[in-house]
Design a protein around this ligand. Structure first.
Ligand code: F6P
Length: 367
């Protein structure tokens, strides 16, 4: 009897997911490795994350075809070159108290004879994996989020590619900003963590970087911009994280809607900051919301490499019966941490260590 591994991707898509799916599949089915193992594997992909595993009707072949994709080395051969997720994704929470479908999930796992689930996702997706683990299902997590806010790992898939997008787009903005002597306010994603804005701003040499972890005074932003008056180059780039807050104020949300995990969509702070800059400084300001561009495109080399290592490590963990854990990258090594330790927490920017609160920018002293 083969051990059946089900792989799924949940939450926001990003480059690196396909690589992780490929390397779970390739490592599990590698014929050379198989000869040395006491157990043999079968790998299936679940389409659209937890939604696929809840919606599938295991007794109906059409439904199985719609929600389940058998994976083999030939199918996944070129996947690591492509962004997004070829399995599809969703933000479905089977344990949502308003619509609890966890019994259906458990029933389907049993009917489909799934032995192990490898869930690739962020805190929400891995939170579901942890709940299943507590209910006796063998689960393993692979960290993915451009927000880099997962605790227990120094890296999560998608982050590097997203920082590259921010850097490239800001490089592009500089030419038009310079031609018109304008201020450009660039809004990044990242939810309540400032990693994307901070690293993206640092890589692109932004003059001001505003992050959620340090509420900002918009008057100070204007003062910093006015300090540059008279210099030869008369444009500036301000990077603002979607979750950044004005001192004493709440974040700006797009609307009141809550997703299945209780999150609201952030967005709009760049427009506010650009308007205030125009009014208070007399400089012409424009804003750009990078939005989902940050999750698009092909994976960077770092995301390809980490996807490969994470995928291989997930199979190593299955072979050593190491369940209820997330693959992680800690202090330059691949490791793993219990899912229990990573849920309901966020890894935020340590302002004292990484942020210059005077200049609203990255640190200027490192050692
Ligand atoms: O968590 C990843 C992320 O891209 C956040 O940075 C962003 O706030 C959110 O997802 C956007 O979600 P959606 O794709 O549902 O609009």
């Amino acid at each position: 009897m083969k051990t059946k591994i089900a792989v799924l991707t949940g939450g926001g898509d990003c480059p690196g997911l396909n690589g992780a799916i490929k390397w779970v599949t390739k490592t599990a089915l590698d014929p050379r490795l198989a000869k040395e193992r006491s157990i043999q594997f079968e790998v299936i992909g679940i389409r659209e994350g937890w939604k696929g595993l809840v919606d599938v009707d295991p007794d109906d072949p059409k439904s199985r075809k719609r929600h389940i994709m058998p994976l083999n080395e030939e199918v996944v051969r070129a996947w690591d070159r492509y962004g997004g997720t070829n399995l599809g994704t969703s933000r479905t929470n089977p344990f949502n108290p308003q619509n609890d479908r966890s019994n259906k999930l458990l029933e389907n796992i049993e009917k489909l004879k799934i032995d192990v689930i490898v869930a690739i996702g962020g805190e929400d997706t891995l939170g579901v994996a942890y709940k299943l683990h507590k209910l006796g299902i063998k689960t393993i997590g692979i960290p993915k989020t451009i927000d880099l806010d997962l605790v227990g790992t120094d890296y999560s898939l998608g982050f590097d590619s997203a920082v590259n997008v921010i850097t490239e787009e800001i490089d592009r903005l500089r030419t038009t900003a310079g031609s018109h002597n304008r201020i450009f306010v660039v809004e990044t994603m990242g939810r309540h963590a400032g990693w994307l804005a901070l690293n993206g701003g640092e890589c692109s040499g932004a003059y001001i970087i505003l992050i959620p972890e340090y509420p900002f005074d918009v008057e100070h932003v204007c003062e910093l911009l006015l300090e540059r008056t008279g210099r030869e180059v008369q444009y500036s780039i301000v990077v603002v994280s979607e979750g950044a807050k004005l001192c004493g104020k709440e974040e700006i949300y797009k609307d009141d809607k809550l997703d299945d995990f209780g999150h609201r969509s952030l967005g709009g702070i760049a427009q506010y900051v650009a308007d205030v800059i125009t009014k208070r400084t007399g400089f012409e300001a424009r804003y750009v919301i990078l939005s989902h561009l940050q999750r698009g495109g092909v994976p960077s080399s770092r995301d390809r490499l980490m996807a490969r290592w994470f995928g291989i490590a997930a199979v190593d963990m299955i072979l050593s019966d190491d369940f209820g854990r997330m693959v992680s990258y800690l202090h330059g090594e691949i490791a793993s941490v219990p899912l229990k330790e990573i849920i309901d927490k966020l890894k935020l920017v340590d302002v004292n260590k990484y942020y210059d609160t005077e200049r609203y920018n990255g640190r200027r002293s490192i050692l």
